[in-house]
Design a protein around this ligand. Structure first.
Ligand code: BGC
Length: 381
C-alpha cells in the first residue's frame, strides 16, 4: 500500500515537474472569445462586452458601445500580464463623460475648423463641440453609438463591428457603412481594420482613441518614445493645423531617437507646447502611401513593456493626456490625473477637408475607405 502511494505520488510529482519546465506550447491556453452583458444605455439599448484571449494569455475586452477597448493586457519583462489602458468599470461612466477612453472615432478623427468644409462646391456645416471646432465626429460620434457585433472564433479571435451612419448625421453627407474589425493576434498584437463606403461624396478619417499607460499606474512621463517622423503639424490656439509641415529637427517635437515623453513636455519657450498644454499634435510620415509601416515604439523602463505601432495612415496624433485633471474615477477606483495616459491615434491630417494640399480624406460612391493599425506588445529584459 505504502509503495503504491509513493509510486503514485512520485508519478504525480513527475507530471507536475514536466508541466512546470514544459515547452511554451504546453503553457499555452486556448484562444477564445466570450460575450457578457455590459449594461443598458440611457435610451434603453443593451451593450455587450466581448473578451478576446489569445494562446499567450493576452486579453482584450471590447464593448459594442462606441467600439470601446475597455481593457487590454500586455506582458512585462517577467511575463506578468496587466491592463495597460485607461477606462471605466461601467457603461454609465463611458456614456456620461468619457474623454474618448478606448473609443472608435468617426466620422472624422481630430478637428475640422469651425465645423465647416466645402466639397464639390457645396458647403457643409457640422456639429461643433470643441472651442468652436468639430472634434472626433461631433456631439454624438461613433464613440457613443451601439455597433452591431459579430464575434469570430479561432486561433486569432476577432470582433467585427458594423454601423451605418445616416445621411446628415452630425452634418456629414451620405449614408456611410462602416466596418471595424479588432483581431487579437498570436504575437500579442491587436490589429484594427477599418472599412467604409458611402452613397454620396463625403469625408472620412477613422481612428481608435485608446489611452495607454504601460506601467499600469502613475504618470507617463518616463515612457520612452520613438516616432519615425521628421515633420509635425504646428497648430493655432484652437489646435487647428496652420497648414505648415514643420521639420522636427532642433525642436522639442523630435522623437526620431528614443526620448522620455516628459523630457521636454514643459518647455515654456515653445509656443506649440503652450498651445497643446503639452504634446497634442500630429506627426506626419514621409511615406504617404497606403501601406503598413512601423511608425512608433514606446518603451516603459520600470516594467520593460514595449508597444509598437504600425499603420497604413499618413499621420499620428501624439496626445499626452494634458486635459485629464483627476476628476475622473476609472477602473478599480483609480483617479486619472494629468498625463497618466498617452494616445497614439493613427489618422489622416486634422482639418484636411479645408487644407487641399494635405492628403485627401474624401470618399466617393464606388470607392472603399480602408485603413489598418496594429499595436504590438512585448517586453525587454
Ligand atoms: C485631441 C485632444 C483632446 C483629446 C480628448 C485628442 O485626440 O487631440 O485635444 O483633448 O483627444 O478629447
Amino acid at each position: 500500500m505504502r509503495t503504491l502511494t509513493l509510486t503514485f505520488l512520485s508519478s504525480l510529482l513527475g507530471v507536475a515537474l514536466l508541466n512546470s519546465c514544459g515547452s511554451n506550447q504546453e503553457n499555452k491556453q486556448k484562444a477564445m472569445i466570450e460575450k457578457s452583458a455590459f449594461g443598458t444605455t440611457a435610451d434603453g439599448q443593451a451593450a455587450d462586452l466581448y473578451t478576446l484571449r489569445n494562446a499567450e494569455g493576452m486579453e482584450a475586452r471590447i464593448t459594442n458601445f462606441g467600439g470601446v477597448i475597455v481593457s487590454l493586457t500586455a506582458p512585462d519583462r517577467n511575463g506578468n500580464y496587466q491592463d495597460v489602458t485607461l477606462g471605466f468599470d461601467s457603461l454609465a461612466s463611458y456614456e456620461k463623460g468619457s474623454p474618448y477612453f478606448g473609443s472608435l472615432i468617426g466620422r472624422y478623427g481630430n478637428r475640422i475648423a469651425k465645423g465647416r468644409f466645402t466639397l464639390d462646391g457645396k458647403q457643409y456645416t457640422l456639429a461643433t463641440n470643441n472651442m468652436g471646432n468639430h472634434l472626433h465626429g461631433g456631439i454624438k460620434g461613433f464613440d457613443k453609438v451601439i455597433w452591431n457585433a459579430q464575434p469570430i472564433e479561432g486561433e486569432e479571435p476577432a470582433l467585427k463591428l458594423t454601423y451605418t451612419s445616416k445621411d446628415g448625421e452630425e452634418g456629414y453627407p451620405g449614408n456611410l457603412a462602416v466596418e471595424v474589425t479588432y483581431t487579437l493576434q498570436k504575437d500579442n498584437s491587436l490589429k484594427i481594420d477599418y472599412k467604409a463606403t458611402t452613397d454620396k461624396p463625403t469625408v472620412v478619417n477613422l481612428t481608435n482613441h485608446s489611452y495607454f499607460n504601460l506601467a499600469g499606474k502613475g504618470d507617463i512621463l518616463g515612457h520612452e518614445l520613438t516616432l519615425n517622423a521628421d515633420r509635425f503639424l504646428p497648430v493655432d490656439q484652437t489646435l487647428i493645423p496652420t497648414g505648415e509641415l514643420k521639420p522636427v529637427a532642433g525642436t522639442v517635437f523630435d522623437f526620431t531617437k528614443s526620448t522620455p515623453m516628459g523630457a521636454r513636455i514643459n518647455d515654456s519657450t515653445d509656443t506649440q507646447i503652450k498651445y497643446g498644454l503639452g504634446y497634442d499634435h500630429a506627426w506626419v510620415f514621409s511615406d504617404t502611401s497606403n501601406t503598413l509601416k512601423q511608425v512608433a515604439t514606446v518603451y516603459e523602463p520600470t516594467t520593460g513593456r514595449v508597444m509598437e505601432v504600425s499603420t497604413t495612415e499618413p499621420a499620428i496624433q501624439f496626445y499626452t493626456g494634458n486635459f485629464l485633471d483627476g476628476t475622473l474615477t476609472g477602473k478599480g477606483g483609480v483617479t486619472y490625473a494629468k498625463r497618466t495616459g498617452f494616445c497614439l491615434e493613427t489618422e489622416h491630417y486634422p482639418d484636411s477637408p479645408n487644407l487641399p494640399k494635405f492628403p485627401s480624406t474624401t470618399l466617393r460612391p464606388g470607392e472603399t475607405y480602408q485603413s489598418t493599425t496594429i499595436y504590438t506588445f512585448s517586453a525587454r529584459k
